[in-house]
Design a protein around this ligand. Structure first.
Ligand code: ADP
Length: 482
């Protein structure tokens, strides 16, 4: 680790690896055992503003490069990340805790956004509109919005950055990034790969440090024209309010509370496989994880038995150990929430079909047994609040209209899943779910080429696909009188 630690104790501003102006730093620890991994600069308001200075200067030239030039650099960045994927994945596991295999999967997924937007960069098309006068020509141009601030969470330390930064750069914007305080090392490794690709200085900047100070500085700075954020609904609302003062654009990927509905005609084994992927990936710490499992009462016994059997087979442990399938929770707060959801459900009558406890012989981290609850009722906290942990509450339903209503009865609207072999059910239910993403017989729908985002309080805007680049483009209408 020594060489990497030396490299990663700086942040990346204006093409330089720098310390915080205050010269302060903060420690990054491994959530599996609490060990110190590295220290990174504790940047504040001043560092945040310097990064905007750099991004603002760089914007003039970057936005005028040809789409081909930007595409070429993005493609080199993609190649560099894949070349270093083992090293990046190892760092990701060390600071985030997820199993190495999942970390490698995330790095490849993260890189796929850069590959996709390297291609989309060349497809930012305008329009011509028929005029109503013979001596007029009406054009629509698409232009980059300007400096973009990206604030990202710890659950996908690589992918949440590339999903924002790749389309921003492809559109011709420059970026200032604040990674989550728990996981800045992966972000810095991505910046290192970008530096090797040859991006001009100031195009990509990363400031590590105090979230509120950095966030406030960027909100107040009118040169920042867009905030793109993934994280809690609470912070998302705060940023949206802050963005109002100088009417910045905002894209928000916030919390979710995904219903996972299993109809009586479903292939039960496929549904169990789907819920295993959706629930236990990243230890349940994703905003699209199934949070409520609705199973038709005619098949619930078989479903619960098979689900618990599979969940029991999962190996929980340190992410770097090859047999590990589920890592630790990110921190104590996360554990307190998970534990309280289990406790609350059990106190109101839920049965623990498997799991339900913290793993005591791994007590330096917060490891929780994958848990399946049955006999769940709608009044339990887990049915309303995002758990962000490896706990699956199974609740029954009898009627399709009723389950749709219950599934929609939440302020969230990110992902929903339904398992059925009936085409009509698949089509009509997916149309009625108030969710931005619907997986039909699919527990893992997210891919770079498709739009990801939520209805209601789950967010604004879309990431991925051709939709994702639009978030970083202004529409300019040009009227020409000949
Ligand atoms: P989580 O609960 O998943 O950690 P947060 O919304 O707290 O979600 O964090 C997501 C990102 O938002 C992180 O990078 C975090 O540092 C940042 N953040 C937290 N509070 C603020 C704030 N007041 N202003 C700007 N960014 C913030």
């Amino acid at each position: 680790m020594a060489a990497r630690t030396v490299l990663l104790d700086r942040m990346y501003v204006n093409g330089e690896w720098v310390k915080a102006i205050s010269n302060e730093s903060f420690a990054i620890t491994n959530p599996a055992d609490g060990e110190h991994i590295a220290s990174v600069p504790n940047g504040d308001k001043e560092d945040a503003i310097l990064a905007v200075d750099a991004a603002y200067d760089a914007f003039k030239k970057w936005s005028q490069k040809t789409a081909d030039e930007r595409s070429h650099l993005l493609r080199r960045w993609y190649d560099n990340i894949l070349d270093s994927k083992d090293e990046i994945a190892e760092i990701l596991t060390l600071e985030q805790g997820k199993p190495l295999k999942e970390a490698l999967g995330e790095v490849t997924y993260a890189a796929s956004f850069i590959q996709w937007y390297a291609e989309e960069a060349k497809r930012v098309y305008g329009e011509t509109i028929p005029a109503s006068a013979v001596d007029k020509r009406l054009l629509v141009l698409k232009q980059p919005v300007g400096v973009v601030a990206a604030i990202t969470p710890w659950n996908f330390p690589a992918a949440m950055i590339t999903r924002k930064v790749a389309p921003a750069l492809a559109a011709g914007c420059t970026v200032v990034i604040k990674p989550a305080e728990q996981t800045p090392l992966t972000a810095l490794k991505l910046a290192e790969a970008a530096e090797r690709a040859g991006f001009p200085k100031g195009v990509i900047n990363i400031v590590t440090g105090d979230a509120q100070e950095i966030g406030d500085a960027w909100l107040k700075d009118s040169r920042v024209r867009k905030i793109t954020f993934t994280g809690s609904t609470e912070v998302g609302k705060l940023l949206m309010r802050g963005a109002a003062d100088n009417v910045k654009k905002v894209s928000l990927e916030l919390g979710g509370h995904a219903p996972f509905i299993v109809f009586p005609d479903a292939d039960i084994d496929a549904a169990v496989q789907g819920v295993m992927q959706s629930k236990f990936r990243n230890n349940g710490q994703t905003c699209v994880c199934a949070n409520r499992v609705y199973v038709h009462s005619s098949i619930v016994d078989e479903f619960v038995r098979k689900f618990a059997e599979e969940a029991k087979k999962l190996t929980v442990g340190f992410g770097l150990e090859p047999e590990t399938q589920v890592g630790p929770l990110i921190d104590e707060q996360a554990y307190i929430k998970v534990e309280s959801h289990i406790h609350d459900a059990v106190s109101k009558g839920a049965n623990i079909e498997c799991g339900g406890r913290r793993i005591e012989d791994l007590e330096d981290g917060y490891f929780v047994e994958p848990t399946v609850l049955s006999n769940v009722t709608e009044d339990m906290r887990i049915m309303k609040e995002e758990t962000f942990g490896p706990v699956a509450p199974v609740i029954t339903f009898d009627d399709t209209e009723d389950v749709i209503e219950r599934a929609n009865n939440t302020p969230y609207g990110l992902a929903a899943y339904l398992f059925t072999t009936n085409l009509k059910t698949a089509v009509t239910v997916s149309e009625q779910l108030e969710y931005g993403i619907v997986g039909i017989n699919d527990g893992l729908p997210a891919v770079a080429q498709a739009p990801f985002g939520g209805f209601k309080e789950s967010g604004l805007g879309r990431e991925g696909g051709h939709h994702g680049i639009e978030e970083f483009l202004e529409v300019k209408y040009v009227s020409i009188k000949l």
